[in-house]
Design a protein around this ligand. Structure first.
Ligand code: AMP
Ligand code: MG
Length: 348
C-alpha cells in the first residue's frame, strides 16, 4: 500500500515538474481562450493516476476520459465483464476489436523478446499476490507447477477475433495496456486537431508535438531509490515509458520482491537493473519493451537494442546510468545522479 501511495505521489510530482510555469484552465477561464491554453484532467484508471493536459481544446478531455474507461473495461483482469476476464475463465472466446489488436501486438512482442515478455505469466503474478495486494512468497513447487501454464505460444487468435488459450492458462495485458491506451489517446487528440499535449498515464508519458512555445517537452525520469528524479529528457512526439522494481513490491525478511517476473524462473527478475526507460514513437511497443528489457538484464537488453531501430533507452543499474546513443544531448542527469558520469551505448 505504501509503495502504491509513493507511486501516485511520484507520478503527480512528475507532472508538476513538467508543467512548472504553466497556468491551469481555471486561471485562464476569465481570459480569451487560445491554442496555448492548457486544459487538464485527472483520471484514476488501470490502477494508477493519469494526468491529461491538452492545449487549445477543452472539449476533447471528456472523450479522452471515456476512451480510457472503455479500454480499461475491456483489458481489466479483475472486471468480470471484461474481454480478458472472459477468456481467462473460459480458456478463450470472442474479444472486441480493441482487445484483438492489443493482444496480437503483445504476442508479436513476446516473440520478439524471446519470451522475456510473456502475457501468460498471470497465474504466477497472482501467486505472488500482486493482483490482490495479499503478497506472499510462493513455494518452489508451486512456481514450478504454475510455470507449466506459462507459454505465450499457446495463445492463438483467429481472423474472427476468437482467442483460444491452453487449459488453465490466463493472460494479463498489464505490461502493455497503458502504452496502447496512450497510443489511442494520441490518435484521438491528433484527429481532433490537438498539436500540443502531455499525457501522463501513471508515469508512462506520451507527448504530442512540442510545448506551444516550440520548445521540447521536459519529461522527468524517476530515481529508482524513491528520492526525486534521476534525470530529465527533452522529447517531441514520443512515448517515454519506464519499468522498475520500485513501482510495486513487498519486502519480507529484508528481501524485496517486485512485480516484474522472469518467466524462466517464476521469481521477480533478478539482475542489475533498477529501472529501464524506453523512448519511441509507439507507446505500446515501448511499454512492452520496458518490461521485457527489465527482465533481460543489462547485457541482453543492450544487445537487443543494438539489433533494433525503433527505440532508445535509459538503463539505471547500481553502477549508474547508461543511455543509448540517440539520447546524447537530450538527456541530463538530476538529483543523486547529477554529478555522476552517464555512459553512452553505441551500436559500433
Ligand atoms: P510494466 O509496469 O509495464 O513493466 O508491467 C508490469 C506488469 O506486467 C506486472 O504488474 C504484471 O502484471 C505483468 N508482468 C510481470 N512480469 C511480466 C512479464 N515477464 N511479461 C509480461 N507481463 C508481466
Ligand atoms: Mg510495460
Amino acid at each position: 500500500m505504501i509503495n502504491r501511495i509513493f507511486c501516485l505521489i511520484a507520478s503527480i510530482c512528475l507532472v508538476l515538474l513538467m508543467f512548472n510555469g504553466c497556468s491551469n484552465s481555471s486561471e485562464n477561464s476569465e481570459n480569451k481562450r487560445t491554442s496555448t491554453d492548457p486544459y487538464s484532467s485527472t483520471v484514476y484508471a488501470m490502477d494508477t493516476v493519469m494526468e491529461l493536459t491538452v492545449y487549445g481544446n477543452e472539449d476533447i478531455l471528456e472523450k479522452s476520459e471515456d476512451l480510457i474507461y472503455e479500454l480499461e473495461s475491456k483489458f481489466s483482469v479483475t472486471d468480470t465483464e471484461s474481454d480478458i476476464y472472459n477468456i481467462n475463465h473460459n480458456s478463450g472466446g470472442a474479444v472486441s476489436p480493441d482487445t484483438d489488436e492489443l493482444l496480437k501486438l503483445a504476442l508479436t512482442l513476446c516473440e520478439r523478446s524471446e519470451g522475456a515478455l510473456d502475457i501468460s505469466i498471470y497465474p504466477v503474478v497472482q501467486a505472488w499476490g500482486f493482483t490482490s495486494g495479499e503478497n506472499r512468497i510462493p513455494s518452489e513447487a508451486e512456481l514450478e507447477e504454475l510455470l507449466r501454464l506459462v507459454d505465450y505460444r499457446a495463445v492463438s487468435v483467429d481472423e474472427n477475433n476468437n482467442v483460444t488459450l491452453a487449459p488453465g492458462m490466463e493472460i494479463d495485458l498489464g505490461s502493455v495496456a497503458k502504452g496502447y491506451t496512450g497510443n489511442r489517446l494520441v490518435e484521438l487528440l491528433s484527429e481532433n486537431g490537438v498539436t500540443n499535449a502531455v499525457l501522463n498515464l501513471g508515469g508512462n508519458v506520451h507527448v504530442i508535438g512540442s510545448k506551444p512555445n516550440g520548445e521540447a517537452w521536459k519529461v522527468a525520469v524517476t530515481d529508482p531509490s524513491g528520492e526525486g528524479y534521476a534525470g530529465m529528457l527533452k522529447v517531441v512526439d514520443k512515448a517515454v515509458i519506464t519499468s522498475g522494481g520500485y513501482e510495486r513490491f513487498f519486502e519480507q525478511d529484508g528481501v524485496r520482491y517486485h512485480h516484474i517476473i522472469d518467466p524462466t524462473t517464476g521469481y521477480p527478475a533478478n539482475n542489475d537493473f533498477l529501472s529501464v526507460t524506453v523512448i519511441g514513437s509507439n507507446g505500446a511497443v515501448c511499454d512492452a519493451l520496458s518490461t521485457a528489457l527489465f527482465v533481460m538484464g543489462p547485457d541482453r537488453a543492450t544487445e537487443f537494442w543494438k539489433k533494433s531501430d525503433d527505440f532508445e533507452a535509459i538503463f539505471i543499474t547500481s553502477e549508474g546510468i547508461s543511455i543509448t546513443e540517440g539520447l546524447e544531448g537530450v538527456f541530463s542527469p538530476l538529483g543523486n545522479y547529477q554529478n555522476e558520469k552517464v555512459t553512452v551505448l553505441y551500436r559500433d
